[in-house]
Design a protein around this ligand. Structure first.
Ligand code: FRU
Length: 491
């Protein structure tokens, strides 16, 4: 049965491919060959290769009964799409193989995911059943389902109960689950010796609706530089000041997880990324000890103009995590330097109440540049990226001196999207170091060596390729810049 459903799903993709439009297709980000993508799932290193799975609907460009799409890479740069790994359709996952994780045990690759069924009308979130399921593979290509290993939530009031993250801790398997108890969010923990039999350890952390949202999706719990990090995607946080303007957030807090499975927080709640499109992030531990992270580089209800081209959704670049006090730092994985092609060294200098075109063009670019705040007196200054010749299309990244914020403005970034996102720049800061990755339909900005990042989808026309430096009302000083054209791998 599973094999037949997988065949059908893979054929649906093959059938759609000839019709796919490529104007917005990323050159070096993972996106589904066709159809819909959301969360990254099952990030794992297996027999010398990185495997990335993702929430996938192969039959349309809208969310639907979730499958697990699959790709692998030996270097985090070149990716090979593989046949779809999981298709829903058994009684316990009839309406979706929801998000989850992967581990390697006895040289087998195991997937642990949430089986979803609608008990009432499809889409009626108040009448659902969710169970945690196991599947495995000996070759990392085809997967056999083993059915549910956790059949019911610990409390009948817990309907939403999903996104298992499994990891090894002192010789035992641990599982973190996001749950909604009544209207309050919870982090639940289980423990197992064999991945098949699980004991409920308890609620590791209890949230309150008002302060913490109503559900914590896609939890991840890992140790980083002597602290335990609880990474999750809270639903239901209210916007406050400049924070929480996306429909849902991707957040984290530091703490300590004890052996009984209690998580004691020792840090505040932080947003992981400050752009428009970053959700459901998950991590893996690379063989060299690095903690790598991917997120879905979109957001529920975001405009997705590539749907007209028969595909939508992309993953962020893989990022290396490190800890600085109670904050995380995310840097692009060092392997990504292999994407660099033609190199430009640019002396930009002072730009006075004007805008001028830089000697670099492209849809796929990496740009390193400093904004010299101390030497500038412009009200705002920075870069205009993916600019059309007539100036109508452009994505702005600039320092706003009055608000003292670094702003990413996609008001004129092409089809569909709009709005601004920003981060605070302290009064004592004299410069901002930027590292920018542009792909055909995305921008990722790493600020001050990964202290902050802003990731957003943009949909400029294929001919909007110019880069300009600009300053408004005064002089803006941009330090020397380097840029690279990046490889078009058409993933
Ligand atoms: C997060 C999420 C998960 C769920 C999946 C379904 O974006 O809602 O909680 O497992 O997407 O596709």
């Amino acid at each position: 049965m599973h094999a037949v459903l997988l065949d059908e799903a893979n054929r649906a993709i093959e059938k759609t491919l000839p019709a796919r439009g490529n104007d917005y297709r990323p050159g070096y980000h993972l996106a589904p060959p066709a159809g819909w993508m959301n969360d990254p799932n099952g990030l794992v290193f297996f027999r010398g290769e990185y495997h990335v799975f993702y929430q996938h609907h192969p039959y349309s460009v809208h969310w639907g009964p979730m499958h697990w799409g699959h790709a692998k890479s030996s270097d985090l740069v070149h990716w090979e799409h593989l046949p779809i790994a999981l298709a829903p359709g058994d009684s316990y996952d009839r309406d979706g193989c929801f998000s989850g994780s992967a581990v390697v045990a006895h040289d087998r690759l195991y997937l642990i995911y949430t089986g979803h069924t609608w008990l009432g009308a499809p889409g009626d979130d108040s009448n659902i059943h969710q169970v945690q399921c196991l599947a495995s593979s000996t070759d990392g290509l085809s997967f056999s389902k083993h059915g549910p290993v956790i059949e019911a939530a610990p409390d009948p009031q817990t309907l939403h109960f999903r996104d298992p993250k499994v990891w090894m801790r002192e010789g035992q398997w641990w599982m973190a689950l996001g749950a909604r108890h009544g209207d309050d969010p919870q982090l639940l923990l289980y423990r197992s010796d064999d991945l098949y039999h699980w004991d409920y350890l308890g609620c590791a952390l209890q949230g309150q609706r008002e302060a913490d949202g109503y559900m914590w999706e896609c939890p991840d719990l890992f140790e980083l530089d002597g602290c335990d990090v609880f990474l999750y995607s809270p639903q239901g946080l209210k916007p406050s000041g400049y924070d929480n303007w996306n429909k849902f957030q991707n957040s984290y807090r530091m703490g300590q997880l004890d052996d009984r499975g209690r998580f004691s927080e020792c840090g505040k709640l932080y947003e992981l990324d400050h752009g428009h499109d970053f959700y459901a992030a998950q991590t893996l531990l690379a063989p060299d000890g690095r903690r790598l992270l991917w997120a879905w580089m979109d957001m529920w209800d975001s405009p997705m103009p590539s749907q007209a081209h028969h595909w939508c959704g992309a993953l962020s670049l893989p990022r290396e995590l490190s800890r600085h006090g109670e904050r995380l730092r995310m840097r692009p994985a060092r392997e990504l330097q292999a994407l660099r092609r033609e190199h430009w060294a640019l002396q930009v200098g002072a730009v006075e109440s004007c805008s001028h075109t830089l000697q670099l063009r492209g849809a796929l670019l990496e740009i390193e540049l400093e904004l010299d705040l101390a030497a500038s007196n412009a009200e705002r200054f920075g870069l205009a990226l993916r600019c059309s010749e007539d100036g109508r299309e452009q994505t702005l990244l600039y320092f706003d001196a009055m608000a003292r914020r670094l702003v990413l403005d996609r008001q004129h970034s092409g089809a569909g999207v709009s709005g601004v996102r920003s981060i605070a720049v302290s009064l004592s800061q004299t410069r901002i170091a930027l590292r920018i990755f542009l792909d055909r339909s995305s921008i990722e900005v790493f600020v001050d060596d990964g202290a902050y990042s802003l990731s957003s989808r943009i949909y400029p026309g294929p001919d909007s390729l110019a880069v300009r430096a600009f300053a408004v009302n005064g002089a803006g000083v941009l330090g020397n810049a380097q840029a690279w054209e990046l490889a078009d791998l058409q993933l």
